[in-house]
Design a protein around this ligand. Structure first.
Ligand SMILES: [Zn+2]
Length: 485
């Protein structure tokens, strides 16, 4: 059974890997396509003109003259709109697209861990391709009364010959019982390569094709046990690499990184920092099955200890049972401000009538209002787009979360700076294409804009009830003992 489940899991994994292959291939095509187009544009004058025109038009629709027109239509001047944020013309912008070209940019690459991630993704891809090449078909079947092995294998188009050969070597296959399950794989030559027979809950038998067309048998008595193990080490190149060397899989490593990211900048952990991980792993015949759970981790960095310990609810907390992460403030402002334009993926431009998704929330605030960082983070980008977002800042808070601030008058931070929640990062303004002084605020999860006003903010609301918390504290104490250096 265990083997069977493992196989099923692997099959699922393989499927998603194949999806990944397709995705990366598509991405590759896009990039190559993009490069070729650019090349064409450079070589081909008429095409270049076309591109220029379309860019021109795009800018025209949003050029200041147009914005002025909008204002005059409403019987107001642009300067009124600038100062009177309560006017019926709401301060907003119809072009906050970050994909537009920056006129100035100060940017850091925060993906220091990417090369490794990319490497592992590549490994996974190669693995998947290898698997996809090797395994053409997989089948499963549940025996009904009266079935013979040949009836089972017939489901995959195998001739009687195969079952005869198998039964000749392993007569037990003559007697099948209703309810038993089979799981099998054919190779590229459409030969039976692997047959898994779930004889009972306690036993499974595996028949594998070896050289000379013979089948080898393996009998598995399922007595898997789960053991707690403590894995200790010192960080070499990165925490990620070190955990990988200890045999943790990507999912587990990501879980831990997420759990720790609020306490310590994982990218800053350095060579020689100690770490200890408490895992519960499944063993079958003293061999790891690959199934396991990470219960806790302890890291020391610059003399301080950091813990992430899993509670029964599956989430990770620090030793005190406090939510890891200090959470996000709802808005990046000191005081409440009127929303002049809400988050709205289906918003239309009032003049062109075209859908211009509003990927953020606009706060009507006078020029010079301080922007307050809603959560700890690192400044990823400080840039300027005259034809759109104006002066804007991108802050990364974690692997998943980013916040973006547009139409600023003055940035107070530089790319690469590490900041705490509550710090001033900029003064609001009316730069770029904007119909009045406002702050355009975006909240991204995994690169996708979500409504900052309604999203369930990370790090909040994940507290434990009293009883749950008590259980957790007991668990935490024991984890701590395991994880001592
Ligand atoms: Zn906006």
């Amino acid at each position: 059974m265990v083997q069977h489940i493992k196989l099923a899991r692997e099959r699922r994994k393989r499927k998603s890997r194949i999806k990944a292959v397709i995705f990366f291939f598509a991405l590759f095509c896009l990039i190559v396509g993009g490069i070729l187009t650019l090349k064409n544009t450079a070589e081909n004058k008429p095409l270049a003109t076309t591109v220029d025109i379309s860019v021109d038009n795009q800018y025209k629709a949003l050029a200041p003259t147009e914005a002025e027109k909008i204002t005059s239509k409403d019987g107001q001047t642009l300067s009124t709109a600038n100062h009177d944020t309560n006017s019926n013309l709401d301060a907003t912008s119809y072009d906050d697209d970050l994909l537009a070209v920056d006129d100035e940019v100060d940017e850091v690459d925060l993906s220091d861990k990417l090369p490794e991630d990319a490497q592992s993704a590549l490994d996974d891809l190669l693995d998947a391709m290898d698997q996809a090449k090797r395994i053409t078909d997989q089948f499963s079947y549940t025996v009904v009364r009266g079935d013979k092995l040949k009836d089972v294998l017939e489901m995959s188009g195998l001739e009687d010959e195969t079952s005869k050969k198998l039964i000749a070597s392993y007569p037990e296959l003559k007697n099948l019982k209703a309810g038993q399950q089979f799981y099998w794989i054919l190779n590229n030559e459409n030969e039976l390569e692997y047959l898994n027979w779930l004889v009972s809950e306690k036993e499974e038998r595996i028949y594998e094709l070896k050289d000379a067309g013979k089948f080898a048998r393996q009998i598995i008595e399922k007595k898997s046990i789960w053991k707690k193990d403590v894995l200790k080490g010192k960080i070499e190149s990165s925490l990620r690499a070190s955990l990988r060397n200890l045999g943790l899989n990507n999912r587990q490593i990501n879980q831990l990184s997420t759990a720790l990211q609020w306490q310590v900048n994982i990218a800053k952990l350095s060579k020689g920092d100690n770490f200890a991980v408490l895992v519960t792993r499944e063993y079958l015949d003293n061999k790891l099955t690959g199934q396991g759970n990470v219960d806790a981790i302890h890291i020391t960095h610059s003399g301080a200890s950091y813990y992430a310990i899993q509670a029964d609810n599956g989430r990770y907390y620090n030793r005190q049972g406090e939510t890891i992460g200090k959470g996000f403030a709802r808005t990046p402002l000191q005081r409440q401000a009127r929303i002049s334009s809400p988050f709205n993926p289906a918003r239309r431009h009032p003049v062109t009538g075209r859908v211009r998704p509003h990927k953020g929330v606009d706060f009507a605030v006078p020029v010079g209002t301080p922007v307050i960082l809603p959560a700890d983070g690192i400044v990823e980008k400080v840039a300027y787009q005259a034809g759109g977002a104006g002066r804007y800042i991108v802050v990364r808070h974690s692997r998943e979360y980013q916040t973006i601030y547009m139409h600023l008058s003055k940035p107070l931070v530089k790319a690469g700076q590490s900041l705490k929640r509550g710090e001033r990062i900029a003064l609001t303004g009316n730069t770029g294409i904007s119909t009045g002084a406002h702050l355009h605020y975006e909240f991204h999860i995994n690169g996708r804009a979500v409504n900052p006003m309604t999203i369930k903010l990370p790090g909040t609301n994940s507290g434990m009830a009293d009883r749950e918390r008590k259980n957790f504290l007991v668990k935490a104490k024991s984890a701590e003992r395991f994880l001592k250096f």
